[in-house]
Write a protein that binds this ligand. Structure first.
Ligand SMILES: [Zn+2]
Ligand SMILES: [Zn+2]
Length: 368
């Protein structure tokens, strides 16, 4: 499904020529979707922003950056860590491996390619070999691609949850260094919010709280079923008061904002955190924040970490944890939709299709 512009996806056939040296051909078994897909479909993503700043034209491209597939062919030479027939999760970030960002372990900021971001699903067709996205039957994987082998018994659509869980491990545990006995508040109860809560609980947090809106009732209910101690509808209840009550007036050790679009959680994160606590901002807003309580943040000496994406270490841990079947996160996956209906699938995830009530949506390739 080639994207030519905002909301313009066209089914297109390509010849699948044999892999070049070191390259892998992947049959896409499933592709996860997230808020970034919603922005990408609308044409308001980072690649479009880079184009405005003088980068390569963002379109046409094949979107889809949460790819799970099976290796069906490999070029001569190259890597020895995977074989034809293996099912793998594809790290969306493509590291050049040589720039200062890659060498510092920040491949999401890689500056070693002529295109940015160096991320599957955002590299245009004009960059050879063109098939860089998961809204497709096949992808061509660059020799430098980071891959995570998946257990064969894990269904492909379920395996796409590795991406949300990786974010949960990064944002809910690794970045804020959540440890045993701590109190954690997660703002937002989308798939990454719920995954952050599950990860914090797995890391030993003694109190895990998730917030959402009235329309998120099903997500909040699932969060409770997955072991969250309090799931707060902030339209019905004051989250700051409730968290104060739950923490003996201290506030939370860790506050993680995973919500998209709304800026109120940024200000709330300061009100919710305890003195000397840690705040993680992971939800993109597409606008700036009014009324930020800077003095409160200083008085609390809160450490604030804005995070982009997920480290390879968190992704690897997510694949391993998902493989154990112990997370319960597969219950988040409310929809599996053929990739040829990617536009509708993104709308379902975005809550734009009445009555669908999506939490996590995976594209599949049932048409083949
Ligand atoms: Zn994503
Ligand atoms: Zn690099």
């Amino acid at each position: 499904m080639v994207q030519h512009g905002p909301r313009e996806l066209i089914e297109t056939e390509f010849d699948l020529t044999p892999p070049r040296p070191g390259e892998l051909i992947l049959r896409v078994d499933a592709c996860g979707l997230c808020g970034t897909d919603v922005d990408a479909l609308a044409g308001r993503d980072i690649a479009v922003q880079r184009e405005r700043e003088g980068g390569l034209p963002a379109f046409p491209r094949i979107a889809g950056h949460e790819i799970v597939g099976t290796i069906v062919a490999r070029g001569e030479g190259g890597r020895s860590d995977v074989a034809v027939g293996d099912r793998v999760a594809v790290d969306p970030w493509l590291p050049c491996g040589r720039c200062r960002q890659c060498l510092a372990g920040r491949s999401m900021h890689c500056e070693g390619w002529p295109f940015r971001p160096a991320c599957y699903g955002f590299i245009p067709l004009s960059v050879e070999p063109g098939l860089w996205g998961g809204y497709a039957s096949h992808c061509r994987l660059h020799p430098q691609t980071v891959l995570y082998p998946l257990p064969a018994e894990l269904p492909a659509a379920t395996a796409t949850l590795w991406n949300a869980l990786g974010a949960g491990i990064q944002w809910g545990v690794m970045t804020p260094q959540t440890s045993i006995g701590e109190t954690v508040v997660i703002l937002g109860c989308g798939q990454r919010g719920i995954a952050s809560a599950v990860a914090a609980r797995a890391a030993g947090a003694r109190l895990v709280v998730v917030t959402g809106l009235a329309r998120d009732a099903a997500k909040l209910a699932l969060a409770r079923e997955l072991g969250v101690d309090a799931a707060i509808d902030i339209e019905a209840e004051d989250a700051v008061e409730r968290v104060a009550a739950l923490t003996g007036g201290d506030g939370a050790d860790v506050v993680v904002d995973t919500s998209a679009g709304s800026t109120a959680p940024i200000n709330d994160s300061v009100a919710l955190v305890r003195e000397g606590g840690r705040i993680v901002w992971a939800g993109l807003k597409s606008k700036s924040v009014d009324g930020f309580p800077i003095d409160d943040a200083i008085h609390k000496s809160a450490r604030i970490d804005p995070v982009l994406g997920v480290s390879a270490e968190a992704y690897r841990l997510a694949v391993d944890l998902l493989g154990t079947g112990q997370t319960g996160l597969e219950r988040m996956q409310t929809h599996r939709i053929d990739f040829r209906e990617a536009e509708r699938a993104v709308d379902v995830l975005a809550g734009k299709v009445p009555g669908e009530g999506a939490i996590s949506v995976a594209l599949t390739n049932v048409g083949d």
